[in-house]
Design a protein around this ligand. Structure first.
Ligand SMILES: Cc1ncc(COP(=O)(O)O)c(C=O)c1O
Length: 491
């Protein structure tokens, strides 16, 4: 059994926090413009402080305001909703709310209904899969992706390959983990003339926090690419205006934006791009008519063609409520909040030093607040420069009631670049039958089994980042970690 290091309350000094906050506000006076979020922290997210939780996994999932639940439950309590696949009164009531939510999503992203369709999916992964399985890849076609895509985007390559299309990855440059512009242009120039070309990238990396230029969308389209923008990590703290930026497909998860409900995401698609997709099957909900003996299938069109079976008609109305909550705060206020606290945290983490003067952290990705979001991937370092095992960080964080994420965050390519793992190493290393993830990590010679990720969001306050730094101080002058750490189960 591991001995947890001193828990936060023993180390935590409220006077020192107050002093630090005053200095922070002096250095960044306009941060006060986000004060509404301090009020909401008390009124809507009070459960955090009531439980003593420091939540720093907003890229994993955002938090919901108490009023979102109340408004949603009130509607459910007072009205009768039926399956929308009918015309009866309760079915019609559900349909009205589902269509209102759809219109609210398009309005929120400034996506005219004449240009875009909003398809409800279980999550961003579900949105990506809809495109993956229906994109008309052929043997001359291309799938291009940046290295720092989430595995749910990387998985598109399996559909591309199965149809003979070529998959290519655009590498990142360390240490910033950005894509050099000239390099991207070379990759974009390699397009299948008259073919189907799909380019995928994250608007914000869920590993490094890098915000890639949205200008890439038009640059790629001009050369003949359809663009799928993974906006799952971007939209919770940044505005995506789809009248200014026009990707063919956008994937999002709503729980990452406003915490509730889980189990819902969307594919927002430009109508002409949607019309080019070829669904590999049909189902209840996607057809005007189908019969058995005549082998008839008459597909529906637009969003209806892509929503299989019964949609989550009780959950979907909560999307409009969540979007309303974000709108009342203002996404720019959330961005500003995350920028102020994130920049302080990024700088504080990097100034942490062991008593011999050696750095106590290594940050993967941009080390300043330039074209990045509030996701910071890093490792604590021992004084001799070795990364502290991220599983030990989990143990210490739990003792402080701090929620961070550890591992590779389903972002293999960013991890490979951050940890300098070469292609040759990976091609030579087989994940053989019976091996565990830990065996594989040893085989590949990874310097660390994973990184630590802190991510900020709409309910983050100064106390959270300050308490994180008190926790980080636990790693100063730590020369070793216990040997009995739990096995890693998934990357
Ligand atoms: C950038 C990015 N894309 C896609 C996903 C997948 O989202 P979901 O698990 O909600 O489908 C995530 C989840 O962390 C993400 O951060």
């Amino acid at each position: 059994m591991l001995e947890p290091v001193a828990a936060a309350p023993e180390r935590f000094d409220p006077a020192a926090q107050e002093h630090a906050e005053a200095a922070f506000l002096d250095a960044d006076p306009s941060f006060r413009e986000t004060a509404v979020l301090d009020e909401l922290r008390a009124s809507e997210y009070g459960r955090l402080d009531a439980r003593g939780d420091v939540y720093l996994d907003y890229t994993g999932g955002s938090l919901y305001a108490a009023s979102q639940l109340e408004e949603h439950l009130l509607a459910l309590r007072e009205t009768v909703y039926g399956n929308p696949h009918s015309v009866n009164p309760t079915s019609s009531a559900a349909t009205v709310l589902v269509e209102r939510a759809r219109a609210a999503v398009l309005r929120y992203f400034n996506a005219p209904e004449s240009d875009y369709a909003c398809i409800f999916t279980p999550n961003a992964t579900g949105a990506l899969r809809l495109v993956a399985e229906a994109y008309p890849f052929g043997s001359q076609d291309r799938f291009l992706a940046t290295f720092d895509n989430h595995n749910s985007v990387n998985g598109i390559r399996e559909f591309a390959r199965a149809r003979g299309a070529r998959t290519t990855y655009v590498p990142l440059a360390a240490p910033d983990l950005r894509v050099p512009e000239e390099l991207l242009e070379q990759y974009l120039d390699d397009v299948a003339a008259d073919g189907h070309n799909l380019f995928a990238y994250p608007a914000q990396s869920n590993f490094s926090g890098v915000k890639h230029p949205l200008e890439w969308i038009a640059a790629a389209q001009k050369r003949g690419w359809d663009v799928i923008l993974d906006a799952a990590a971007y939209v919770p703290t940044s505005r995506l205006d789809l009248s200014a930026w026009k990707p063919d497909f956008v994937a999002i998860s709503f729980y990452k934006m406003f915490g509730y409900p889980t189990g819902l995401g969307a594919l927002i698609a430009r109508r002409p791009a949607l019309a080019r997709l070829q669904r590999p099957w049909f189902s209840g909900g996607t057809v005007v008519a189908a019969n058995v003996q005549g082998d008839l299938v008459v597909p529906l069109s637009g969003h209806a063609l892509f929503e299989d079976g019964t949609v989550n008609y009780l959950g979907i109305p909560a999307i409009e409520i969540g979007l309303g909550h974000i709108d009342r705060i203002g996404i720019e206020t959330i961005s500003r909040r995350v920028e102020g606290l994130g920049a302080w945290l990024l700088e504080s983490m990097q100034s942490l030093r062991h008593s011999d003067g050696s750095p106590a952290t290594i940050v993967y990705g941009p080390t300043t607040w330039d074209r990045r979001g509030g996701t910071i991937a890093f490792n604590f370092l021992h004084p001799d420069g070795r990364p502290v095992d991220e599983r030990f960080v989990d143990v210490v964080a739990a003792a402080h009631r701090i929620s961070v994420r550890t591992g590779c965050f389903c972002n293999s390519g960013a991890g490979e670049t951050a940890f300098s793992i070469s292609r040759d190493t990976l091609i030579g290393a087989e994940f053989a039958e019976g091996m565990t993830l830990d065996d594989y990590i040893r085989l590949v010679g990874m310097p660390t089994g994973g990184a630590v990720r802190v991510s900020l969001g709409l309910a983050t306050n100064f106390a959270d980042v300050y308490r994180f730094m008190s926790f980080a101080a636990e790693f100063l002058d730590v020369t070793d970690v216990p040997a009995d750490l739990p096995p890693r189960l998934a990357c």
